[in-house]
Write a protein of this length. Structure first.
Length: 157
């Protein structure tokens, strides 16, 4: 499934593109995406030690504060992290602030009711779509795959 998500994300970036992984954890997804596409990547996570590795950079920053970042991104995404964010609306507003005009936001997370072995509270697909639309995103694509959902949007025209 992980490889499928990386290939899906790679459809929206290429060499020279800029990518932001919010809630990147160890940075594994971002590393593989950058290697596959030739994009430049920034990963933010409150527990990141902060470091740079060629076309990759990692910063210790909560996802809710991405609006403070300098620069713009062609793709902002989060994979199985949204349910950890303390203020999803602030994250979505920050994503709008840092996305290029034609940039994409992709949210992949466990769907409410998923049995991940961890007692956490997850969102429904409809909840995330509603939050994104309220924040100013136009939904381009939404679907469920296994125990996860994928929602892709861009700034409303």
């Amino acid at each position: 499934m992980k490889r499928d998500f990386i290939e899906y994300l790679s459809r929206f970036v290429g060499k020279g593109s800029t990518v932001l992984d919010a809630g990147c954890g160890s940075g594994e997804f971002l590393r593989e995406l950058v290697e596959l596409t030739g994009a430049r990547g920034l990963g933010v996570d409150p527990y990141s030690p902060g470091r740079g590795e060629g076309t990759l950079e990692f910063r210790s920053l909560p996802a809710e504060r991405i609006g403070e970042l300098k620069g713009k991104f062609d793709l902002v995404y989060t994979v199985h992290s949204l349910h950890h964010f303390r203020d999803v609306e602030k994250f979505l507003q920050g994503a709008l602030d840092v996305l290029e005009d034609e940039g994409q936001l992709v949210i992949i997370d466990w769907i409410k009711g998923a049995d991940t072995g961890v007692p956490e509270d997850y969102f429904t697909l409809e909840e995330v779509v509603g939050l994104m639309e309220k924040a100013g995103f136009e939904i381009q694509e939404k679907y469920i795959v296994g125990d996860s959902f994928v929602v892709r949007g861009r700034r409303k025209a």
